[in-house]
Design a protein around this ligand. Structure first.
Ligand code: ATP
Ligand code: MG
Length: 202
């Protein structure tokens, strides 16, 4: 056998072994359940990943709910796309970033009002996917009671998926979650003086 066909044969055998291993792992994954997915870390990509899952869900015809806990300065594309979609119930917190309102009491009132929408979604078995964007800050700032949030997540319908985004996810949230990704900041254009870009940043 020449060198090339020997290499091809070695590759085929390695791929056969890999396929057998992958097939075995897939055969072992037989559980269906509502997942709690947490996307945290300082890098860019948390909310956009979460809305990617929302797009998938809507594509499959699933009924979804979105609650955005921090309203940015710019009207984001995901809101423009999904807020009027018949499968999506969309709520946005009335106030802006906490460093813009500069009023803790106002922030707390807005957070609690917004949380009421989230709690209703988490209590509704007909809603299959719930996205709680930037929820982690409500817990770090102490705007919402962590135990109340954790209880609502624990007591939600068994088949309901929940996606939570935001930096510094609390350990209790990580412990409760099924899937957690930490997105690391390697570099971001903003730090080179680039302004936020429509479509990419909002
Ligand atoms: P995205 O919505 O783009 O997925 P994100 O949800 O991971 O971002 P947030 O902390 O919610 O990040 O911030 C949202 C905005 O801040 C976006 O415009 C994003 O591009 C920008 N941003 C995110 N990470 C960084 C960073 N490390 N440095 C500077 N700006 C950032
Ligand atoms: Mg975000």
């Amino acid at each position: 056998m020449d060198q090339q066909s020997e290499r091809a044969l070695r590759h085929k055998r390695a791929m056969q072994r890999k396929k057998a291993h992958v097939d075995e792992r897939i055969a072992q994954a037989v559980i269906d359940k509502g997942l709690l997915v947490v996307l945290t870390g300082n890098g860019k990509g948390k909310s956009s990943s979460a809305f990617g899952m929302l797009a998938r869900s809507v594509g499959h015809g699933l009924r979804c709910g979105v609650v955005q806990f921090i309203k940015g300065q710019w009207e984001c594309g995901e809101q423009l796309l999904f807020a009027s979609h018949p499968l999506v119930e969309f709520h946005v917190m009335a106030t802006g970033f906490t460093w813009e309102t500069q009023d803790r009491e106002l922030d707390i009132a807005a957070a609690r009002q917004t949380w009421a929408h989230a709690r209703a979604l988490l209590g509704n078995p007909e809603v299959q996917v719930v996205l709680l964007d930037e929820l982690t800050y409500m817990l770090t700032y102490g705007y919402l009671d962590a135990n109340e949030v954790l209880d609502a997540l624990r007591e939600r319908p068994a088949h309901q998926h929940v996606i939570i985004t935001g930096r510094n996810a609390a350990q209790a949230l990580i412990d409760l979650a099924d899937t957690v990704s930490e997105i690391r900041d390697i570099k971001h254009a903003f730090n080179q003086g680039v302004r936020v870009q429509r479509g990419i940043d909002y």
